[in-house]
Unconditional design. Sequence first.
Length: 126
Amino acid sequence: MLKNKLYFTTFSLLLSINLSAGSLGSLLFHGNCITCHHETKDISAPSIISVQDNYRRAFPKKKDFVDYMSKWVTHPNAEGSLMLDAIKKYELMPLLGYEKSTLKIISAYIYDTDFTKEHEGHKDRE
């Protein structure tokens, strides 16, 4: 019961502030992923541009990209990674425990965003 109430409250909050899918993706990405994945620089993990480039080459269709990324981040593993050099350098991404639906929103945002230009949620992270 409490879990349903929490989902309803979260859903109501999102509706009340009228977030678009891109805005929600930006909020989720910049509130979570940016902790390790700098937009343009390889620091503590590969940059999100590097991740985006590697996986967009393998999955040029948005649906395939989103499906694969959200599934992989749900259960990170070296066998399914296209970035084995990054795993050697930074280690395997930890299991984060996000809902797959949340990961699909983040993955769609990553697919759609040009991280080389100023974009929603962007901050200069020098």
